[in-house]
Design a protein around this ligand. Structure first.
Ligand code: HEM
Length: 282
């Protein structure tokens, strides 16, 4: 056998493992049967498949974002900043994937959507526990958002626990305080279940960081990473709002809100107000 033929043989698909009676196959490991079983259109409409697939994919990314953000927060709580930066970079990349998903969904026209819209009744992304978890972890908290989960303690209770604990931004501010920057006690010990309110002393603290990046390099990097996360969140919200408007116009949402009007208002949400204000003040 020439050297060339031997190489071709090793490259051949014939060499791949094919007996999975005693070891995990790809599909077994990933529980692909269950994944496929979850894809269940309830009408014959062609585009319902796309609609379900994009929601599923988005939920998987949201799950990853929750996990990475929580892991980053556990480390930030211990005063560690390098590994959280890597985790938050992963969050940023996952957000990009979610934002790109609108490109696929936008191929569905209003007529396509109307073929199956009535079938899913009051179901809406508004009731996504993963999405609320992300919002709560990042600090956008509102007890009203717990209501759609009241019938499911397994979804409601972890969400409530996150709503009542410090957000990623609260933990970043604790780090600033630990470095001797002036963060008022009213900010550090605030009622976490409430929406975060902008504070002048916090603006001053971030200004110190941005004016002396050599001394506060890791805090500066963390601040910019949080900016990336919020920037991407805004992009996702904007693309969702536009996709919704081009699909259903200003009809009421299946979840009961005004629809595109509600989503347009959500574009005003600011997660890390002082980080945005620093830009103007520098
Ligand atoms: C053409 C497809 C879509 C339409 C027409 C649509 C429509 C809407 C509407 C009208 C709302 C406002 C709440 C309501 O009353 O229902 C909403 C909220 C929401 N949707 Fe969608 N949506 C679409 C696709 C998606 C996809 C693919 C996701 C991915 C997970 C998603 C996630 C969400 C989330 C998380 C909310 C809550 C937003 C908030 O409270 O700020 N939607 N959607």
């Amino acid at each position: 056998m020439t050297e060339k033929t031997a190489m071709t043989d090793r490259n051949s698909a014939e060499q791949a493992y094919s007996d999975f009676t005693r070891s995990l196959s790809y599909g077994d490991y990933l529980h692909l049967n269950e994944l496929r079983a979850a894809h269940q259109p309830i009408t014959p409409a062609h585009d319902e498949h796309l609609f379900i697939a994009v929601h599923h994919v988005s939920e998987v990314w949201l799950g990853l974002i929750v996990r990475e953000t929580q892991a980053a927060m556990r480390l930030l709580e211990q005063g560690i900043t390098d590994a959280p930066l890597k985790m938050l970079t992963r969050v940023v990349r996952a957000q990009e994937q979610m934002t790109n998903a609108w490109e696929v969904l936008k191929t569905m026209t209003p007529s396509d959507y109307l073929e199956f819209r009535s079938a899913f009744g009051q179901a809406s992304g508004f009731q996504s526990q993963n999405y609320r978890m992300v919002e709560f972890l990042l600090g956008n908290r509102n007890p009203v958002m717990l209501r759609p989960h009241a019938h499911r303690p397994d979804l409601h209770d972890p969400l409530k626990a996150v709503m009542e604990a410090p957000s990623v931004y609260d933990l970043a501010l604790r780090l600033l305080a630990a470095r001797g920057l002036n963060i008022p006690d009213t900010v550090l010990n605030r009622d976490y279940a409430q929406k975060y309110e902008r504070d002048e002393a916090v603006v001053e603290a971030w200004l110190t960081v941005y004016r002396d990046t050599d001394t506060y390099w890791d805090l500066y990097e963390l601040a910019e990473k949080l900016m990336d996360v919020e920037d991407n969140f805004r992009r996702w919200r904007f693309n969702h709002m536009t996709t919704v408007e081009r699909t259903i116009g200003f009809k009421r949402g299946s979840g009961g809100t005004s629809g595109a009007g509600y989503l347009r208002q959500a574009l005003n949400i600011v997660l890390f107000p002082e980080l945005w204000e620093v830009r103007t003040r520098l």
